[in-house]
Design a protein around this ligand. Structure first.
Ligand code: PLA
Length: 478
């Protein structure tokens, strides 16, 4: 599945998704978790220096030393360090920021923008922050290792449902983590230390950070088929076959909703088949819930796949993020919940999660979690949040329709109905890397090299520019 080496990659970008970053073969090994982590690190270093021998070709060796600083320069203990490539997603923003063009458009990272193209701080978030600031009894003491207790309870309730038997029976342990990424990493590391199966299956393609997070956590990453480029839909047969032939007990990473980057989710009936297959083979579900409420506009509807797996009494992990649904990107607020069979197991699991977290970052930050707790526990703020969330989701959905209509109006060759069929923040356009490079060069439109565009970064004002660019790209490079 490895795509061609693209110009974006040539300019220092890695591939953004596992579609190209990982083949479906395994990175398995029978060594210990820490060995694997070291090997993975070594591999990352090697990957970062593909072209030259880092010692003999160091640019510092060929630059004639300046009389003052050269001695220090040449002797740096870091002189051998080679420049790493930019991150395939966040690096798009770096390139965008350097572009002086007034028409430039950043559709790379998944970050919500208003119709005016501005970042949005939700009104409920402003209100909650005001309450927090006004409360003089609040202090800045360390939180416990597992974070804010109230926040953890409310987060579990949000994803599992207020009436979840698992919560009532105290079978869920929830720890506050550094947004979705930190929750995945803590969960991955816990599994690498304590779970009997060290292989995690991730969808092909998936969010580009997944394979790195889990490899560095000490797990072996394999992929399962997910997306069929021919239909631009789910490869359900391939998915069932790959999970069906996974070893018993293997971990399976599932996007709870709004699959990134494809925007393709299983139907509820398909989820039920996946659940039955996974439970029959004792595969362990690890949900990544980074977009609850963003897919459909309903928090409950988007949580349904997770709740189906919890309702059967089985165990699972869930990583939650409030980056998108509360617009708290930079506050880094997330949670890891592990649903266990009994309260006793859950409390022992929590004691071990603390041993993962303490040496990693000691305890999580207090501000963002306090905002979330303030909103979730107040009926009025909660209701207002759901309204603002629905408005964001609806704006994204309307962008899909507008882009689709604009391409139709231009008679752009191809079937673009996937733009309105896909769900969540992203459209997986099907544009190839050559077309992406062309759109960036000629139209100053920035997106990841796999053709993913963030619909949340688009507005009625910028749709025509994007449609012109896609039309030109498609007609220039068939
Ligand atoms: N999981 C998935 C599936 C994601 O898409 C992202 C974010 C995360 C987890 C992590 O989010 P958090 O740590 O900020 O909570 N993906 C973004 C941003 C929106 C990124 O790459 O960091 C994206 O553009 O794909």
């Amino acid at each position: 599945m490895r795509q061609q080496f693209t110009s974006l990659e040539a300019h220092g970008f890695e591939s953004p998704t596992t579609q190209s970053a990982f083949s479906s073969s395994s990175i398995s090994s029978s060594s210990s978790a820490s060995d694997r982590r070291l090997k993975a690190l070594a591999r990352h270093l090697v990957d970062a220096s593909p072209v030259m021998d880092s010692h003999s070709q160091n640019p510092n060796d060929t630059v004639s030393p300046s009389p003052t600083s050269s001695a220090f320069h040449a002797d740096s203990v870091f002189a051998h360090i080679v420049r790493a490539p930019e991150d395939p997603i966040l690096g798009v923003t770096v390139a965008y920021n350097k572009d002086p063009s007034p028409v430039k458009l950043n559709l790379g990272v998944g970050a919500y923008r208003t119709e005016e193209g501005k970042p949005l701080v939700l009104n409920v978030v402003r209100q909650a922050e005001q309450q927090l600031v006004n409360d003089r009894s609040r202090v800045k003491e360390y939180l416990p290792i597992v974070g804010l207790a109230e926040y953890n309870k409310l987060s579990a309730k949000l994803i599992l449902g207020a009436d979840s038997p698992a919560i009532q029976e105290n079978r869920v342990t929830t720890v506050q983590c550094l947004s979705g990424t930190g929750s995945l990493r803590v969960g991955g590391e816990f599994l690498a230390r304590h779970y009997h199966q060290l292989t995690i299956y991730i969808p092909l393609p998936t969010w580009g950070n997944h394979p790195k997070i889990f490899t560095l956590a000490g797990l072996s990453v394999k992929t399962y088929r997910y997306y069929d480029p021919a239909t631009r839909g789910l490869d359900f047969q391939g998915l069932l076959e790959d999970l069906g032939s996974a070893p018993s007990g293997a971990i399976v990473l599932l996007h709870a909703c709004a699959h990134n980057p494809t925007g393709v989710d299983p139907t509820i009936q398909q989820w039920e088949q996946i659940r039955q297959l996974m439970r029959s083979k004792a595969l362990l579900p690890f949900f990544d819930s980074a977009y609850q409420g963003f897919a459909s506009g309903s928090l409950d509807a988007d949580a349904q796949p997770v709740r189906m797996f919890v309702a059967d009494g089985g165990e699972c992990l869930v990583a939650q993020s409030y980056a998108k649904n509360m617009g708290l990107y930079g506050e880094r607020v997330g949670a890891l919940s592990i649903v266990c069979k009994s309260a006793d197991v859950a409390s022992r699991v929590e004691s071990q999660l603390k041993l993962v977290i303490r040496p990693m970052y000691s305890s999580p930050p207090i501000h963002g979690a306090s905002i979330v707790a303030t909103i979730l526990k107040d009926r009025n703020l909660y209701t207002e949040w759901t309204i603002e969330l629905k408005a964001m989701a609806d704006r994204i959905i309307s962008m899909r329709q507008q882009l689709f209509d604009a391409l139709r109006a231009r008679g752009t060759p191809g079937d673009w109905s996937h733009i309105i069929k896909q769900i969540g923040m992203f459209t997986f356009t099907g544009l190839n890397s050559e077309q992406v490079v062309f759109m960036t060069r000629e139209y100053h439109i920035y997106m990841t090299s796999d053709g993913r565009i963030s619909m949340a970064g688009l507005s009625s004002r910028t749709v025509p520019h994007l449609a012109d660019a896609i039309h030109a790209a498609v007609t220039s490079f068939a």
